[in-house]
Ligand binder design. Sequence first.
Ligand SMILES: *Cc1c(COP(=O)(O)O)cnc(C)c1O
Length: 221
Amino acid sequence: MSYKEKLIEVQEAINLAAAEVKRNTRDISLVAVSKTQPIEKIEKLISLGHRIFGENRVQEAKTKWKPLKSKYDGLELHLIGALQTNKVKEAVALFDVIETVDRPKLAAALSKEMSEQAVEIPCYIQVNTGEERQKAGIYPEETADFVDYCKNELSLNILGLMCIPPANETPALHFALLAGIAEETNLENLSMGMSSDYEVAIKLGATHIRLGTALFGARDI
Ligand SMILES: *Cc1c(COP(=O)(O)O)cnc(C)c1O
């Protein structure tokens, strides 16, 4: 299948899932996850008009997206992977949205760096909905306080919440949990749903779905 056919296929699935719950497709953004993909493949999607992409590693993203951003207008690059505090400076300089604010120390470092660079990069709080010990993210019951801290003490622009459900559990429960926390905390955006479960995520309120495999095919690494 060509990239054009894949994009159309995914867009049709998005439309169908949105229609089932009477949501407007315009409220759902497709983040094309281009981690591990070479520039040539990414450019195929850009040339078809796609503009929103996600990367999970700062170094890799910098190598690929500094040249792409100087070549194309209107790109919106999301950081969807763990961010170490020693990479905050580079991340703030490169990304347009940071989806993985997952601890107070990182939030504080981001706030400080944004002041220094005089920019405001919108952020999402990553919630560890499965309370998995090895996984990043704020625990559900601590999220409201953390959102409050980020907004009021650090003046971060928090757009919404993001989650990656546990691999071996029904994602719907986690999407519903995230949607509930967003409602409690008055946040409008929900980044949830990947290639295997984005239709469910849309039905439960996702505003941003993050798709790699469905657009680029299986990753080799
Ligand atoms: C890799 C990745 C995705 C995309 O996963 P696919 O299953 O290939 O669609 C989405 N979100 C995050 C955080 C990822 O790391």
